[in-house]
Write a protein that binds this ligand. Structure first.
Ligand SMILES: [Zn+2]
Length: 142
């Protein structure tokens, strides 16, 4: 098995939040990943599903072409959770969840009294910084 799936994003990003822009894990393939392949060793099953939010062991991001060409090892079963030929991109929910996670990570533990307790926020977060592919988002009232 391959052990050397190395992403330059991993060393550049301190947290476990990954960029929504992911690349195919196949060697010499730099196309954007549209699906995540997960090997379930217990069931000898390779599950091809939507792009995972978090990178995990035994998960491999694949582009559309490699998703279609996917072949399982002998004796293994391939389960496709979604149509890989359909246009795939992060949903609004995914992007919002990612933005929230980054915002949480960037927020100081103590912001002093009065801040953050003024009810639900309605304004969109604004971008205040970039770190590699990550954007640090902050609400306008901060
Ligand atoms: Zn590929």
């Amino acid at each position: 098995m391959r052990e050397s799936r190395r992403s330059p994003l991993k060393s550049a990003v301190p947290s476990n939040v990954v960029s929504p822009v992911r690349r195919c894990s196949r060697t010499a393939c730099g196309r954007p990943a549209v699906a995540t392949l997960t090997y379930v060793y217990a069931d000898s099953t390779a599950v091809l599903g939507p792009l995972a939010t978090y990178a995990e062991p035994h998960c491999y991001d694949l582009c559309a072409e490699h998703s279609e060409r996917l072949t399982a090892p002998r004796g293994w079963e391939v389960v496709r959770l979604s149509d890989p030929s359909a246009p795939t991109r992060p949903s609004g929910d995914d992007l919002e969840a990612l933005a929230n996670a980054v915002r949480e990570a960037a927020r100081p533990p103590d912001r002093g009294p009065g801040s953050g307790s003024r009810g639900p926020r309605t304004a969109d977060p604004v971008e205040v910084a970039r770190r590699g592919h990550l954007r640090v988002l902050r609400s306008p009232d901060s």
